[in-house]
Design a binder for this molecule. Structure first.
Ligand code: DON
Length: 304
């Protein structure tokens, strides 16, 4: 497959088209990022790399980090985690509270903010220093000691984090947050502030495309049954109330973040990261979605 040529052609096609939406500004630090950034990086399971554009610039991966915190919690506690968080698409925005009341504080899935806060609570309860342990897990996956948090983004989000504070306290009122909400929120804001380039993101997520779910050093990150479930959740819940649309138009498991990043994996073939900060109305990268739709169509990449 001439990956590089198709990436180049698709990149220019999307770049010369419309760029709708707005970069996230509800986290003040994110508003400082140049919305014109646009990068793509693809890594095949035999570790060939292809890409174009701003693929070596670090950006805030935000909700994409929720896949990694879920992977760590799932690795540690297995199916016990499903007693406290569901596996159903929500059909609502990432920061919605409506279903929490009806579901008595059990979030619909681990990728909306409520679910990610419950997973964060599990990690806070387990580790003396969850920030350090989480970073260690990620550096182990991608074999890169340079990956780090951006604490000014975490601080910036905390300064306006009223909605997440409400979600965390609301879940606590049902008894499904065990630790102090402030500690859980601090960890949550910090994990969301992780920064990666498209290259680092594609590298990190390659284990979910590998047939034995190994990182590039050949170490198994999740067993088959767990990795299958993480990929299933990416497919059904990775884009909030646009998960159906992503499945329909792209046809790969994936996850978005409000920093404008999207990661998608094609099992047994490749992982691909796209970054473009302007977000559509559902909070997913406008150009990222368009690029992946066109790219997967041209390359006939789909799990279906
Ligand atoms: O909690 C928040 O609002 C952000 N830290 C993460 C949200 C996010 O990335 C949603 N993704 N599309």
């Amino acid at each position: 497959m001439p990956y590089q040529q198709i990436i180049n052609d698709t990149y220019h096609q999307i770049k010369s088209g419309k760029d709708e939406g707005e970069a996230a500004s509800y986290i003040p630090e994110l508003a400082k990022v140049d919305p014109e950034n646009f990068g793509i990086h693809l890594i095949t399971i035999d570790q060939q790399e292809f890409g174009i554009g701003d693929r070596y610039t670090q950006f805030s991966i935000q909700s994409i980090a929720k896949v990694l915190s879920l992977s760590l919690a799932f690795k540690l506690w297995g199916s016990k985690i499903w007693e406290r968080v569901g596996v159903e698409p929500s059909g609502t925005a990432f920061n919605s509270l409506v279903q929490l009341e009806l579901n008595k504080g059990i979030p619909r899935n681990p990728f909306n903010n409520g679910g990610a806060l419950v997973i964060a609570d599990m990690l806070v309860g387990e580790f003396k220093n969850p920030e350090a342990e989480f970073l260690r897990f990620i550096r182990e996956i991608n074999n890169d000691n340079k990956i780090d948090y951006n604490l000014s983004i975490a601080k910036s989000e905390k300064s306006v984090g009223y909605r997440n504070i409400a979600i965390c306290n609301f879940i606590k009122s049902f008894g499904n947050v065990l630790n102090e909400p402030e500690r859980v929120l601090d960890f949550y804001f910090t994990m969301c502030s992780l920064e990666m380039t498209c290259q680092e993101l594609a590298q990190t997520f390659l284990f979910l495309a590998d047939d034995h779910f190994r990182n590039t050093k050949g170490e198994r990150i999740l067993n088959m049954s767990k990795a299958k479930r993480v990929n299933a959740l990416l497919q059904t819940c990775g884009f909030y109330d646009e998960s159906g649309e992503f499945s329909f138009t792209v046809g790969l498991p994936g996850k978005s973040g409000v920093g404008g990043g999207i990661i998608a994996v094609f099992p047994d073939k490749y992982s691909i990261a796209v970054w473009s900060p302007k977000l559509n109305a559902k909070g997913n990268s406008y150009r990222g979605m368009k690029f992946l739709e066109a790219y997967t169509t041209k390359t006939e990449s789909s799990i279906f």
